[in-house]
Design a protein around this ligand. Structure first.
Ligand code: C5P
Length: 252
């Protein structure tokens, strides 16, 4: 599926299917139980390094059997041949979104994007969609000092974010993982087309926890976010389905 059609289909999903609940859990059993408590027919969940290291492709298959769209957040950063192979495997698993570090470079970004465009879509893929490839620019956990330590170019952290975002889009990536605070400047740098997937979301009145810069669901959407990645405000709520429904209402 070509990029414009894929992005249009993803953006057309209703608000409650553009919330990605982060399954930051150590076992498949806990992850599947939580995924089953979200009250959305379909709906997105995030499988990150922790859950994938513990439960592997099998947990992705079981989430697909439960009709969940899977954001497979493994943040590829390797040589072109290896990231292309990993991207093909994400396709075969029926994932809907996967991630790559933009700093892996032009050849690796292009190889991953081409692998996703060429690999036949899995039989169990939602709505016949291939996975969208999202680029991570600079990890939001890095400070300005740490960025200068690993990339002593004199370019500011924000400059690095914008340059890497433009590179990823140019290489065929479908979107970006970025904070709501960075979105207005990123949209200036790369335009309205790239899909924006935004973590660090806190509905008004919920605990901030270890996040520093947070946005409400409504302000993130107003800033240009297409999908919201949300963990604890849903997963630690007494009623996760009700928490998700409230957030979806705030996005509309
Ligand atoms: O519980 P909380 O809503 O803070 O979880 C946010 C999710 O988004 C976690 O899975 C976290 O790893 C992820 N994330 C983030 N900040 C980033 C990138 C990803 O919080 N910059």
């Amino acid at each position: 599926m070509q990029r414009p059609e894929l992005l249009e289909r993803l953006r057309d999903l209703p608000a409650d299917r553009r919330i990605i609940t982060a399954l930051d859990l150590p076992t498949a059993q806990e992850a599947l139980a939580l995924a089953g408590s979200l009250g959305v027919d379909g709906g997105f969940v995030k499988v990150g390094l922790e859950l994938f290291s513990a439960a592997g492709p099998d947990v992705v298959a079981r989430l697909r059997e439960a009709r969940k769209d899977v954001f497979l957040d493994l943040k590829y950063h390797d040589i072109p041949n290896t990231v292309a192979s990993a991207a093909k495997l994400a396709t075969r698993m029926g994932a809907s979104l996967c991630t790559i570090h933009a700093s892996a470079g032009r050849s690796a970004l292009t190889a991953a994007a081409e692998a996703l465009a060429q690999e036949p879509v899995a039989r169990n893929a939602p709505d016949g969609r291939r996975p969208a490839l999202l680029a991570v620019t600079v990890l939001t956990s890095l400070s300005e000092d740490e960025v200068q330590e690993v990339r002593p170019s004199g370019d500011s952290l924000q400059g690095n974010v914008e340059r890497l975002a433009a590179l990823a889009w140019d290489c065929g990536c479908d979107g970006l993982v970025c904070s709501a605070a960075d979105l207005p400047r990123l949209r200036n740098a790369v335009g309205p087309e790239p899909l924006a997937v935004t973590p660090g979301i806190r509905p008004a009145g919920t605990e901030v926890g270890d996040q520093h810069r947070v946005a409400t669901p409504a302000s993130a959407v107003a800033a240009g976010a297409d999908f919201l990645v949300i963990g604890r405000p849903i997963t630690r709520a007494g009623d996760p389905a009700a928490a998700l429904a409230r957030i979806a209402a705030q996005m509309a």
